[in-house]
Design a protein around this ligand. Structure first.
Ligand SMILES: Nc1nc2c(c(=O)[nH]1)N[C@H]1C(S)=C(S)[C@@H](COP(=O)(O)OP(=O)(O)OC[C@H]3O[C@@H](n4cnc5c(=O)[nH]c(N)nc54)[C@H](O)[C@@H]3O)O[C@H]1N2
Ligand SMILES: Nc1nc2c(c(=O)[nH]1)N[C@H]1C(S)=C(S)[C@@H](COP(=O)(O)OP(=O)(O)OC[C@H]3O[C@@H](n4cnc5c(=O)[nH]c(N)nc54)[C@H](O)[C@@H]3O)O[C@H]1N2
Ligand code: SF4
Ligand SMILES: [Mo]
Length: 721
């Protein structure tokens, strides 16, 4: 038996863990108390990681799809040669725009996946589709407008010290999303002095713990957010000093809120005015406020506008740049970037069919089917998927599957035989996150930020390779090379490790030279013969490190505030117009639809995106039940524990019903992460386990600007089966 240190890969907290292994099995997992960042924190999902590492759909060989749809094992050289020839042909005959890359936004594979950039460069393509553009691109775009950079990203690390914590459309008890989430919630909940507010149509576990739970009507947050801002302006609950010192455009913005009829907006959001008053008074009376939002705002109606209104709340109340408030954070391995227009306002890399612009360097999965399935001469012809399973995780699965049939080349790099892999021309087996050097770039800490480079615990299974080796083979076959750390400088590292770590080395050096003070404050120093970046890299090779220690005033520096005047630019005309338009929506649509609103993709105790394939990993909710208020269920003739048909405008699925009075009337909820094909031991065929959600969602049901899907707001009809 051996013990190793690593990290959980299931959410962005990336808690440190200690693994006991026997052969290729993980036999025990404990939280790592010595881990600098997580300090012994972890949750129930991590204890089951053996199910991620070992299951009967692990890919062990490169595979090629035959004309009859079956797959044959091929060797790496043949795979690399054949794929390279096809890529070159498509690039040379059609141009780089016909190649798109999907991935990079999942829960892992951030370090190894970076070499995918070399492939894109060789192909001459900038078209990166990512799951992050299923949630956060609206928010990134706003950051670009307000702060001057789309990757000036705000963190909620201040929650630990906040006297008022506002959770809007998120359920951190289940989904985490910031360090030691459950401890932070427990502390807030127990304290008599500190307050916690949750705004969520469902009385989630987080809502249960709050001092105030506002059960907003699904999809009506924009009304509630704008009514709250209007009320704060009315009661002098905003921080005029902060606004005067740090912002431009406030007067014009405030004027738009003065037009709002607070009472009718509250009514439309089905929130008692008294609750809004309590919240506004608490905000006015509290100095240290941290806001946190997630998919309840991003994947619901008005998603980009919601995120804008939340930013305005943060800034107008001065809840920024101090202890206990929101802040920026440093980034070692950037997952996103900045997409800037040309001088005339156009974008060089607009997509060819739907004319979508990139935001933060990425494109929304919601447009992908259209970009492929078109007779446009410059359509997408080749798709490369790396550590993502779009055929299950993207809206309107049926349309995407059909579109994929029109690809000239689909290559999937994954650890498992996913639904997307099954449609691919070639499937390339990747070493798992415990079989290679890997790290997460979801480090959102402030003022201290941590990085954890993990060493492999196992040898790769079968012929699986780390992504850096996979990309090297493909690029060599295309006549290119891939850079590697010098052996002279790092003689102790194996060749494949030098290959994997080269991008990280370059980023570390760049980070250290751009953030000298923060790196020194984190305890690193330049040696006689080595640069600060080299010194930091040497520490990274040893294990988890604190890589930056910032000062609160850095939040107001040009590191993150990129407008020339150094201010927050609050006026975004496009969104202020949408704000004005809410009045029309309200006037036009005062009746509730008779259908139920389905929240397609709730995070529960045993969901972890589409990372675990073997359904046995779950200790509860094996069917992924449709939760619904008992009275709504009875109205629809649905029995507790019975089966039902859930039908949307796009498709229908069969579900199991569970009465759950924490749901608001009129809404129901299905969990994310189910609907995967699996053949359990002893079964003679494969089965789909749990709700295949994205058969119910539509690609056009999305934010008009950022194209982020409204997964949380699907109109459905329910019938007993
Ligand atoms: N257990 C678990 N944790 C995870 C994941 C997982 O799969 N499982 N996935 C990770 C990922 S990729 C992400 S992006 C995060 C997501 O983390 P969260 O966004 O926190 O999780 P969700 O459960 O998807 O949605 C949050 C809440 O939004 C509420 N909601 C729905 N509609 C509305 C609305 O109209 N208005 C408001 N105000 N609220 C609404 C829901 O009731 C729900 O409680 O979780 C991460 N953590
Ligand atoms: N209806 C609905 N749809 C949703 C959501 C929802 O709430 N509702 N949530 C959305 C959100 S927020 C997200 S983030 C996406 C997530 O969906 P995806 O982008 O598909 O990402 P993940 O589930 O993180 O990971 C997917 C793949 O990575 C593979 N993988 C794991 N480790 C490795 C590795 O080391 N190397 C490689 N190459 N592959 C690896 C796994 O086998 C899995 O197939 O789903 C989105 N889809
Ligand atoms: S799922 Fe997230 S919170 Fe739970 S152990 Fe893993 S990284 Fe930590
Ligand atoms: Mo996500």
């Amino acid at each position: 038996m051996n013990t190793f240190k690593s990290a959980c890969i299931l959410c962005d907290s990336n808690c440190g863990i200690e693994l006991e292994i026997e052969g290729r099995e993980i036999t025990k997992i404990k939280p790592d108390k010595s881990h600098l960042a997580s300090q012994g924190y972890f949750c129930q999902k991590a204890g089951r990681l053996n199910y991620y590492q070992n299951h009967n759909q692990r890919l062990t060989h490169p595979l090629k799809r035959m004309p009859d749809g079956s797959f044959e094992k091929i060797d790496w050289d043949t795979a690399a040669k054949e794929i390279a020839a096809k890529l070159i042909k498509i690039r040379d005959e059609q141009g780089g725009h016909s190649f798109a890359y999907f991935g990079g936004g999942g829960q892992g594979n951030h370090l190894q996946g970076m070499n995918g950039g070399s492939l894109r460069k060789t192909m001459g393509s900038r078209y990166v589709y990512s799951s992050l553009a299923q949630e956060k691109t609206g928010d990134f775009w706003i950051a670009g407008k307000i702060f001057g950079r789309q990757d000036s990203h705000i963190t909620a690390d201040g929650l630990e010290h906040a006297d008022l914590a506002i959770f809007w459309g998120c359920n951190p008890w289940m989904a985490h999303g910031f360090p030691h989430a459950r401890n932070v919630l427990n502390d807030l909940s127990k304290s008599d002095k500190r307050k916690m507010v949750v705004i969520d149509p469902k009385r989630t576990k987080s809502a249960e713990m709050a001092d105030l739970h506002i059960a907003v009507r699904p999809g009506r947050d924009a009304f509630l957010l704008s009514a709250l801002l209007a009320l704060l302006i009315k009661i002098d609950g905003i921080d005029t000093n902060f606004i005067r010192k740090w912002t431009t455009g406030w007067d014009n913005v405030a004027e738009r809120f003065l037009k709002i009829n607070i009472e009718s907006y509250c009514d439309y959001a089905d929130v008692p005015l008294s609750e809004l008053h309590i919240l506004a008074e608490w905000i006015k009376a509290t100095d240290k406020i941290t806001f946190r939002h997630d998919l309840g705002l991003e994947q619901s109606l008005h998603s980009t506008l919601n995120c804008y209104l939340e930013k305005l709340l943060i800034i107008a109340t001065g809840s920024f740049g101090r202890e206990g408030t929101n802040t920026f954070h440093s980034t070692m391995v950037p997952v996103i970037g900045q997409s800037s227009p040309e001088a005339d306002g156009s974008y060089k890399f607009e997509t060819k069919v739907t004319k979508m612009i990139p935001i933060a360097g990425i494109y929304p999965p919601n447009i992908l089917a259209k970009e492929i399935d078109s007779d446009h001469p410059e359509r997408v012809r080749a798709l490369w998927v790396n550590s993502s399973n779009p055929v299950t995780s993207v809206a309107d699965t049926k349309a995407l599957k059909e579109a994929i049939g029109n690809l000239e080349l689909l290559v999937t790099v994954d650890v498992a035989m996913t639904e997307t892999a099954r449609l691919s021309h070639y499937v390339l087996p990747a070493a798992s996150q415990f079989e290679k050097w890997e790290a997460s770039s979801f480090n959102f800490g402030f003022p201290s930020n941590y990085f954890h480079l993990r060493k492999p615990v196992f040898e790769p299974t079968g012929e699986a390779l780390s992504e850096s080796e996979i990309y090297e083979r493909i690029l060599l076959a295309m006549g290119e090379t891939i850079p590697i750390l010098s052996e002279e400088k790092y003689p102790m590292l194996e060749r494949k490790v030098r290959l994997a770590l080269y991008p990280l080395y370059m980023l570390t050096r760049r980070f250290a030279s751009a953030n000298k003070e923060a790196v020194i404050a984190a305890g690193h120093e330049k040696g006689n013969h080595e640069s600060l970046g080299d010194a930091l890299f040497a520490k990274i090779l040893e294990g988890p490190v604190k890589f930056s220690e910032h000062k609160y005033e850095d939040n107001f520096s040009s590191k993150w505030l990129k407008h020339e005047d150094g201010k927050f630019h609050l006026e975004i005309e496009l969104l202020l117009n949408q704000l004005d338009h809410l009045q029309i929506e309200l006037a036009d649509n005062n009746e509730l639809p008779d259908s139920m609103i389905l929240m397609a993709g709730e995070r529960r105790a045993y969901t972890a995106n589409v990372i675990y394939r073997n359904p046995d990993w779950r200790r509860s909710d094996s069917l992924g039940a449709l939760q619904i208020h008992s009275e709504d269920a009875r109205t629809h003739g649905l029995e507790n524990g019975g089966r039902a048909i859930c039908k949307s405008a796009y498709g229908q699925i069969e579900v199991s019903v569970e009465y759950d009075d924490t749901c608001r009337r009129g809404m129901c909820s299905l969990p994310n992460g189910y609907g995967l094909l699996y053949q359990k031991e002893g079964d003679d065929t494969e089965k789909i386990y749990g709700p295949y959600l994205n058969q119910l969602t539509g690609a056009d049901h999305c934010d008009e600007f950022a194209k982020t899907p409204f997964h949380k707001n699907i109109e459905v009809k329910l019938e007993p089966l």
